[in-house]
Design a protein around this ligand. Structure first.
Ligand SMILES: [Zn+2]
Length: 125
């Protein structure tokens, strides 16, 4: 499947996301199972459904998160591909913005982690 063109966009990290990454950074430090076992969604936030994710690969130490900046009832989704050190830097305020991708075709609110990311609106198979 060929995906439509994407445009790089720099987004300031919302406080809510920083708060979630603070929790993740703590869990990584503590060696919490949710951060050491590969998964899509083992990392969750008690009672909060605006963010979840997991360790993509033990080898690369990268994590993937889905984040809903408008809250759990808003379908707008950000997809984040972060290294352990990026998570730590977001948690301690060293990183305050992040490079993501948006769909050039619909210019929708979705934010994708990669240039070959999948726009829910336009990149239907
Ligand atoms: Zn699109």
């Amino acid at each position: 499947m060929q995906s439509n063109p994407k445009v790089a966009v720099r987004e300031t990290l919302p406080k809510k996301l920083v708060d979630r990454m603070k929790v993740v950074a703590k869990r990584i430090k503590a060696g919490d199972d949710a951060t050491t076992v590969e998964s899509d969604d083992l990392i969750q936030f008690e009672g909060l459904w605006d963010c979840y994710g997991g360790l993509t690969s033990i080898d690369t130490g990268r994590f993937f998160f889905c984040f809903y900046p408008g809250g759990e009832d808003d379908e707008t989704e950000w997809m984040l591909d972060l290294s352990q050190s990026e998570i730590a830097a977001i948690a301690d305020g060293t990183i305050t913005s992040i490079s993501l991708w948006r769909c050039a075709k619909c210019d929708g609110p979705e934010r994708l982690a990669a240039v070959d990311g999948y726009c829910k609106e336009c990149d239907r198979p």
